[in-house]
Design a protein around this ligand. Structure first.
Ligand code: WT7
Length: 637
């Protein structure tokens, strides 16, 4: 494949950016022309940010899987699409060419059809990072079923909430998953979740760990048996469902400042165009290169830059089932060496955790294949940036710092590898089509350079969130109501003298723990479910590896003599309700929480204390009972 809309120079970037602002419809129509459509659009863009209502490529018809698979078959069908690396290095890796992946997706789409799946049905996917996860995702898209992938670290309760919210009719899972030296009993977790989910009639189970599991008659069936049935039918072809440009492609749940995660909805055409465009431009992918994104498909990074972006570009990508530190902290570098990876895309938290192991795990690995490095998920501190640059890129690989969100579908602010300049800890400049601005508290635009404020976007890009599933008003409230006619990101940012953006972190009650988004209200709700807990307040604090750690202040009414036991039990409750990713790092049992006279918790004070600041707590004059603060300061962990 060649990439006609790949930008190759600073001048081209400037002219593309200019055109994207002056004539957005012409700009995106030119890019969309590169794809295969059943029918072209009547209108490129219709939009308002007040409802909100955003439609890209209205009237067009397509299927994203034809653009990710079928269109590569004739010329590049034998090129590897997926190089899969298992958790355990002694197990063989697997390679799937585009032809093989296409065949497996068609076959599994028939499995889904045989199990009653039709266009528009919602399908929950809870699987390990094996090739079958991508196959399941693409098979849904082939039929026009809406996938809702849930990360393998979420609890039964979290899965049940997500399944019920979307009214999923079928679940695709595996018996278990391997992660480092741990085995995760995926099917047992699903069984617990499904006790509360009457909408689910079928469960398809892939065998991976071969742990004994229960298989419920009439409901549960094996992936392998189902695919054998399709083989017995002679593996019939599977024409792709013709989808409207604005039909839903998937739902992905993410946390916000309320206690309830919301289902972010992305639609077919705009998402396809933007993930492809951003992939080829940010990473400057060249035909034949090996690309490795270390994320899990359970997060948006995996959806956009493991599945849809790279496959629509005909790229070859490495997918890894395991973790960076098992069997030792050299695993990523072993994979780079073994598969001759050219582009590596990972998270600052992974880099920081590997820095802690020193240079031994890196020193004897051949990393000379690397050409481009990338980071995503959280601000990267300068120390981690320089370590990545020096010890992994050997000072010769551009680093792209990619800022985006589940809601944006694709990378919005980033340098383009080797084409636009990098600046450590800066995401730098917007991609063509993206119009960021900074506003103050009142929503007034802050113009000029060398300023900071709240980051908003003033014009739609093709992969912008369309709605929150089942509750459109929530989408309006959360993203489009804070500032009139603007999409509000929830992030704070500063803009340097040259117009480069540096994202400084969330300005709402959302934490970023190891690149995972966690709402403080969600964690508080889980803690408050624990017996004896009267009230709690959760804040973030700086954590060397995770970026932010979770600090919980908890009023506990029962016998407090075994404080350690109580803390462990509360942590276990959070793990049970949400999942281990939301487990507080610190739990301090307190007699009271700092409140204003009107009963509002003064989180600002708690944040300071959690950060280790005990002297300068800012304005405390509205505090109802100053003694509470003194007690908390004394008990600080
Ligand atoms: C939040 C979105 C985007 C995929 C992974 C996370 C933070 C993301 C960066 C970056 C600074 C970043 C923001 C954003 N974030 N990338 N390069 N520099 N901060 O997706 O779970 O939707 O979280 O992650 O705070 O709002 P997500």
């Amino acid at each position: 494949m060649n990439y006609p809309s790949q930008i190759r120079s600073w001048e081209q970037y400037q002219s593309a950016y200019h055109k994207s602002v002056e004539d957005p419809e012409g700009f995106w129509a030119g890019i969309a022309d590169e794809f295969n459509w059943h029918r072209k659009w009547d209108k490129v863009l219709d939009w308002n940010f007040s409802e909100p209502g955003v439609k890209w490529f209205s009237g067009a018809r397509l299927n994203i899987t034809e653009n990710c698979l079928d269109r590569h078959l004739a010329a590049e069908g034998d090129r590897p699409a997926i190089i899969w690396e298992p958790n355990d290095p002694s197990e063989d890796s697997r390679v799937l060419t585009y032809k093989e992946l296409h065949a497996k997706v068609c076959q599994f789409a028939h499995v889904l059809k045989n199990n009653g799946v039709r266009k528009g049905d919602r399908i929950c996917i809870y699987m390990p990072m094996v090739p079958e996860l991508a196959i399941a995702v693409l098979a849904c898209a082939r039929l026009g079923a809406i996938h809702s992938v849930v990360f393998g670290g979420f609890s039964a309760q979290s899965i049940a909430d997500r399944i019920q919210d979307a009214q999923c009719s079928l679940v695709i899972t595996a018996d278990g998953a391997y992660r480092g030296n741990k085995e995760i009993p995926l099917k047992a977790v699903i069984d617990d979740a499904l006790v509360h989910c009457p909408s689910v009639g079928k469960v398809i189970v892939l065998s991976r760990t071969r742990v004994p599991i229960s298989m419920i008659k009439g409901r549960d069936t094996w992936w392998e048996e189902e695919t054998r049935k399709v083989e017995a039918q002679g593996n019939p072809p599977c024409p792709a469902e013709s989808m409207d440009a604005e039909d839903m492609l998937f739902i992905l749940y993410t946390s916000g400042s309320t206690g309830k995660p919301k289902g972010v909805v992305h639609t077919c055409a705009g998402y396809m165009v933007y993930t492809n465009y951003s992939f080829v431009n940010v990473f400057q992918y060249r035909p034949g290169e090996i690309y490795f994104c270390t994320a899990d498909i359970g997060w948006i990074t995996g959806h956009s830059y493991i599945v849809y972006g790279p496959l629509s570009a005909g790229a070859t990508s490495v997918r890894f089932e395991g973790i960076p530190t098992w069997p030792d902290a050299g695993r990523f570098w072993d994979l780079v060496d073994k598969h001759k990876v050219n582009i590596l895309y990972t998270a600052p938290t992974a880099i920081r955790s590997l820095i802690g192991f020193g240079l031994d795990p890196v020193s004897n690995k051949d990393l000379s294949s690397l050409r481009v490095l990338g980071t995503v998920g959280e601000p990267i501190n300068e120390e981690a940036w320089h370590w990545y640059d020096e010890h992994i890129g050997k000072g010769r690989c551009p680093i792209v710092d990619t800022w985006w969100q589940t809601e944006t579908g694709g990378i919005l602010i980033s340098n383009m590898a080797g084409v636009t300049p990098a600046k450590p800890s800066y995401a730098t400049l917007p991609l063509p089509g993206v119009q960021p601005l900074l506003v103050d508290e009142r929503g007034e635009e802050i113009t000029g350079n060398g300023v900071s404020g709240n980051l908003c976007i003033k014009f739609p890009w093709p992969s912008i969130i369309r709605t929150t599933y089942g509750d459109h008003d929530r989408c309006r409230q959360t993203y489009f109501a804070t500032y009139k006619n603007l999409y509000f990101t929830g992030d704070g940012a500063l803009r340097d003298e040259k117009g480069n953006y540096r994202i400084t972190g969330r300005v709402d009650d959302v934490l970023n723990v190891s690149g995972h988004r966690i709402g403080t209200a969600e964690v508080e709700n889980a803690i408050n479910m624990h017996t004896g807990v009267v009230e709690s307040a959760v804040v973030g604090y700086p954590h060397d590896i995770k970026g932010q750690g979770i600090y919980a202040f908890v009023i506990f009414s029962g016998n407090r003599s075994d404080a350690d036991g109580i803390r462990k039990a509360i942590a276990a409750t959070v793990t049970r309700i949400i999942g281990a990713i939301a487990r507080p790092d610190k739990i301090q049992l307190v007699g009271g929480l700092p409140k204003t006279r009107s009963g509002k918790i003064m989180r600002r004070i708690l944040r300071k204390i959690a950060e280790g600041e005990t002297q300068n707590l800012g304005d405390t004059t509205t505090l109802l009972d100053p003694a509470v603060v003194e007690e908390i300061k004394k008990g600080k962990l």
